[in-house]
Design a protein around this ligand. Structure first.
Ligand code: G3P
Ligand code: CA
Length: 254
């Protein structure tokens, strides 16, 4: 249609559903991931933390308060306690049956169906979170999941380095919200294959520097059509968004 022609990307890039298609369904739930598949996103981005009983849990905040009907820190609650919470009603009553997913549930349901971009939240605060993630992924790879369908990112550079050492088959990347000098860009390339850059930090010169060292470049969180276009013109490889290329003239990015 003429509309789809208008929204045609200027060149190919990965569309990445931020916390799932979180404009349409509660973030980081099976519903938001299902919606991302239905909308044809290339990837789902999801955040992981650890429960009190050391399981990998899919949730953004340290505290369950914002996205569930419970309270307390994820790391102080067991899987049984976390699973009792309603993770959807805060968004809309239709989603009252949504639970906080385990990473294993996401891998069971979506592994191989859509690419996964897994963000480790504060892995340096947890005991062996990075090791646990690598171990979990290997279990799925042994069952046939293709490692090229998974990427792992974090703001915590040391943990990304560690993850790469444990699991070199999986592309690992650094989340950037502050500028990085050429020396660090060069040295991090030995373990990171992509940079996920906050859109305000992105410039033609950063793109050129990153391309010089052969990084892929993703950007977050892009919520409006003009900014999609700007980012595509800058030449990013992936755009992380709550919604697919929305038509709006207003800048409503976070
Ligand atoms: O994928 C990038 C983005 O998710 C990082 O910020 O706070 O949404 O996890 P946040
Ligand atoms: Ca994230």
């Amino acid at each position: 249609s003429s509309l789809s022609y208008f929204f045609q990307p200027l060149f190919p890039y990965h569309s990445i559903a931020h916390r799932g298609a979180s404009a349409y369904a509660p973030e980081n739930t099976m519903a938001s991931f299902q919606k991302a598949v239905a909308l044809g996103f290339d990837f789902i981005e999801l955040d992981i933390r650890m429960s009190k009983d050391q399981e990998l849990i899919v949730i953004h905040d340290a505290d369950v308060k914002r996205t569930t009907n419970g309270e307390g820190f994820v790391r102080d609650l067991t899987v049984d306690e976390l699973k009792q919470l309603d993770a959807g009603s805060w968004f809309h009553p239709n989603y009252s049956s949504e639970k906080i997913p385990l990473l294993s549930e996401v891998l069971d349901t979506f592994g191989g169906k859509i690419n996964l971009l897994i963000e480790m939240k504060f892995p340096e605060n947890e005991t062996n979170m990075t090791e646990k993630l690598a171990h979990t992924l290997y279990e799925y790879f042994e069952q046939g999941l293709d490692p090229s369908t998974v990427k792992v990112q974090s703001f915590h550079i040391f943990e990304i380095k560690k993850f790469h050492q444990l699991c070199p088959e999986v592309s690992a990347g650094i989340l950037l919200s502050k500028p990085l000098d050429m020396f660090h860009l060069a040295s991090y390339r030995s373990f990171a294959s992509f940079l996920a850059v906050h859109y305000r930090l992105l410039s033609k010169s950063l793109v050129n520097q990153a391309l010089f060292f052969d990084y892929e470049i993703y950007t977050w969180t892009i919520q409006d059509q003009p900014l999609f276009t700007v980012m595509q013109k800058l030449g990013v490889h992936g755009i992380i968004s709550n919604q697919e290329k929305k038509k709006t003239s207003k800048f409503t990015v976070d």
